[in-house]
Write a protein that binds this ligand. Structure first.
Ligand code: BDR
Ligand code: CA
Length: 308
């Protein structure tokens, strides 16, 4: 059975690869792609989302949303994603944006859906998703599962405390953590295991594929190695959230309770994740902890290489 799916993203190099993985996969029936600013500004993230979807030849509406977070302007991550958000990899221009605003489009789709039937994937700051539920909370009963790439139980990647997506809109993440529907989180601690080294890229290069696969390889080659990982490679974050829905056998995890620091200090954006029930609070998410990395990269390559 194919899950009715909305993807909210801020492409973003790894968002692009996550979108291709999702659009290549029969397990997901992607009906809507909504876009926020984040890795770069909204004008670039929407152009990138249109181009990434357009390259697959699929007619999926791409709708623009938040150009700032709930409380402040977005801060960008051009050091990783480049000024254009795709690491300088040029794609043909995609079809125009669909009309409307992301939060409205999300609510419209949910309103027309049956209970517990829609899966939401959040790959950026979750402003659009939070706005949709803050303005019509009853729609949470339409949600089958929300899967986010967000947060960390250990060190952050944008501040010592915070992961980039959580830090870019902690208030929005806090709204999602309080919804009470099934929620799964791929944190930095999980995505560190989707570790791309030059050897991993070299092994993929031999595989033939279409334009999407060639563009994905160009992006994988363009991404800079991470200082956090001693410059040996970099983590491929966002596709982990999609892979969870395609092949849960590749993951191990546990129920956990999480909240996000929305204060103004150095802890802002930090996800405080109780993995061991130390606070005695009811779990509010499934935390993905372990990844079968070879299985993950094989899935990614096999699926994206089959796209046009
Ligand atoms: C997250 O931040 C962004 O830079 C990536 O696209 C990913 O969603 C990782 O912290
Ligand atoms: Ca992202």
């Amino acid at each position: 059975m194919s899950r009715t799916t909305i993807i909210d993203c801020d492409p973003g190099t790894d968002d692009a690869i996550a979108l291709w993985l999702a659009l290549a996969s029969p397990e997901l029936d992607v009906r809507l792609v909504t876009v926020a600013g984040g890795n770069v500004g909204l004008a670039a993230t929407t152009a990138n989302a249109r181009a990434v979807v357009g390259l697959t030849g699929r007619a999926i509406p791409v709708v623009a949303g938040a150009e700032r977070s709930l409380m402040a302007p977005f801060r960008f991550e051009t050091a990783v994603h480049g000024q254009d958000g795709l690491g300088g990899v040029l794609l043909p221009e995609g079809p125009p944006l669909a009309p409307g605003i992301a939060a409205d489009a999300i609510r419209d789709l949910l309103r027309g859906a049956s209970p517990a039937s829609v899966t939401l994937i959040g790959l950026g700051p979750v402003t659009n998703l939070a706005l949709a539920f803050a303005t019509e909370p009853a729609l949470v009963d339409r949600v089958a599962e929300i899967v986010l790439m967000s947060g960390a139980w250990s060190e952050g990647n944008i501040t010592p405390a915070a992961e980039f997506n959580a830090w870019n809109d902690p208030e929005a993440l806090s709204i999602l953590l309080g919804l009470g529907c099934p929620l799964t989180m791929a944190t930095l601690d999980l995505t560190a295991q989707a570790f791309v080294t030059p050897e991993v890229v070299a092994a993929m290069e031999g595989r033939p594929g279409g334009a999407c696969w060639r563009a994905a390889l160009a992006i994988l080659r363009a991404l800079p190695p991470s200082r956090r990982m001693s410059f040996r490679g970099y983590p491929l974050h966002d596709p982990c959230a999609v892979a969870w829905l395609l092949a849960p056998r590749l993951f191990k995890g546990r129920e956990a309770q999480a909240e996000v620091d929305c204060g103004p200090g150095p802890g802002r954006g930090r996800t405080v994740i109780d993995r061991w029930q130390r606070l005695g609070r009811p779990p509010n998410l499934k935390l993905l902890e372990r990844l079968d990395a070879p299985g993950f990269f094989e899935l990614l390559a096999e699926r994206i290489a089959a796209l046009p």
